[in-house]
Design a protein around this ligand. Structure first.
Ligand code: PMP
Length: 448
């Protein structure tokens, strides 16, 4: 998140000796890195999160799924059987595109969101995070523009930055991305002589926004993107984790030729195997496979077969149902605690997924407040992490996926203590010279 270079960007020394002489003793290879590594920045709040992981801290920061209730013993037996019966296949190299049986199973999962896909058009990836990287690799040249929601998933922004792309944000409201605002953003880009390479969107249970693109808006977003000649990158790890009702139809179900769809087992099963996928129009899919082969040769066969075994031998849909019940209870604990302890804030009420997006009262800065929150033994992610330009300091993301309901309530109570003390200071002394108020384009997703 830092916008500061980690090393002085002076003349480029060409040898380790010259680099050392130029004062880059920490890293003699500083002058050898590609230009794109400048986009790779360690988060300045990473050190704080090391502290936040201590058991006495209630972390409302991370997005770790709660997988404690998986049927671990039975699954251990199933994986042991898999290795005994198919060990030489599981531990061998596999296909670059991914295991055919798993790809078939993936199409059955996507059918739950109305997608009618052929296994040939699925590429298995190392988590959907790798799919984000592959899509960026095949579409983004340095200086290219893409549009992403305001705010956007921090891990995607990191990938886009590493490909030296320019991210232009399009506003959301309580019903997700606003089609008229997307149209405006794309029209303004056209006036600058630019066409976005793609629209990056998380339509369901947004990370970090907590909102969902309404059914009514879905065809309108597609229409706007199509009119501007912009491909859609639909990132959907949370789509099956809605608390009520049926999953909404995916954008990919409505416009398969205009959408690259990303899915993941990280939230509906477990993230440890690092298996996700991309579904893409035929020509794009071919490029994705080539890009993936050059990156990793093939996704892990052992991981794919272990997941395939889980899908075929366990009632995975019942497990997803159980996840939904458990996360809904935690969501309720969080929004209940927010209403009780933080009435001066506003927040989104997610209908699924892991995250609540909170807007602070006027004058408070989530990034400046974080060290004091960690001292008070509660952690969150400041909104600035989710904007390409570092704005968003009046927001913070709270996740309710991992702590128990009791810990969530305690975390929010601690946060309220920090916030009230902070608000008192701001009331006494104003925001002061260090506080940075930033504006966010258009309406904010406030639906507390
Ligand atoms: N996209 C979004 C919106 C996410 O929240 C995450 C994980 N937090 C990912 C992609 C990456 O997930 P994975 O690589 O585990 O599939």
């Amino acid at each position: 998140m830092s916008t500061e270079p980690t090393q002085p960007e002076t003349a480029t020394p060409t040898t380790p000796a010259a680099a050392a002489a130029a004062g880059t003793r920490l890293d003699p290879w500083f002058g050898s890195y590609s230009a794109r590594t400048r986009g790779m920045k360690a988060s300045e709040i990473r050190a704080l999160f090391a502290v936040a992981n201590r058991p006495e801290v209630v972390s409302l920061a991370g997005g770790m799924p709660n997988i404690a209730d998986l049927p671990m013993e039975d699954y251990a037996d199933a994986v042991a059987d898999l290795l005994r019966s198919q060990g030489t296949r599981a531990l061998q190299y596999g296909s670059g595109q991914g295991d055919p049986v798993l790809r078939e199973q993936i199409t059955e999962i996507m059918a739950l969101e109305g997608i009618n896909a052929h296994p040939d058009d699925v590429v298995v990836t190392t988590g959907s995070q790798q799919a984000l990287d592959l899509v960026s690799r095949i579409f983004l040249d340095p200086g290219d523009v893409l549009v992403a929601e305001a705010p956007s998933y921090v891990g995607a922004l990191g990938v886009f930055r590493s490909y030296e792309a320019e991210v232009v944000h399009a506003p959301m409201d309580a019903h997700g991305l606003v089609p008229e605002e997307l149209d405006r953003v794309l029209t303004e880009l056209a006036a600058r002589g630019k066409r976005a390479k793609f629209l990056y969107t998380v339509p369901n249970f947004h990370n970090p926004g907590g909102v969902t693109l309404s059914l009514e808006r879905r065809p309108r977003v597609i229409e706007v993107a199509r009119r501007h000649g912009v491909l859609i990158l639909e990132d959907n790890p949370y789509g099956l984790l809605g608390f009520e009702g049926e999953p909404l139809p995916a954008l990919a179900s409505m416009a398969p030729e205009d959408v690259i769809y990303l899915g993941s087992f990280s939230k509906t099963f477990a993230p440890g195997y690092r298996v996700g996928w991309a579904l893409a129009p035929h020509a794009v899919r071919e490029k994705l496979v080539l890009a993936s082969e050059s990156a990793i040769l093939c996704p892990s066969n052992a991981a794919q077969l272990a997941i395939s075994t889980y899908l075929s031998q366990f009632d995975w849909q019942a497990q997803v149902k159980e996840y939904r019940r458990m996360y809904a209870e935690r969501r309720d604990a969080m929004v209940g605690a927010l209403a009780e302890y933080l009435p001066t804030c506003s927040w989104t009420v997610p209908e699924g997924g892991f995250y609540v997006w909170v807007r602070l009262p006027e004058g408070l800065d989530a990034r400046e407040m974080l060290p004091r929150a960690v001292t008070a033994l509660v952690a969150y992610v400041p909104g600035t992490a989710f904007y390409a330009d570092g704005s968003g300091s009046e927001y913070l993301r709270l996740s309710y996926c991992y702590p128990t309901p009791e810990r969530i309530v305690e975390g929010v109570r601690r946060l309220a203590g920090v916030l009230n003390a902070e608000a008192e200071l701001v009331g006494l002394f104003g925001t002061g010279g260090t506080s940075r108020r930033t504006s966010v384009d258009g309406p904010s997703p406030d639906v507390s």
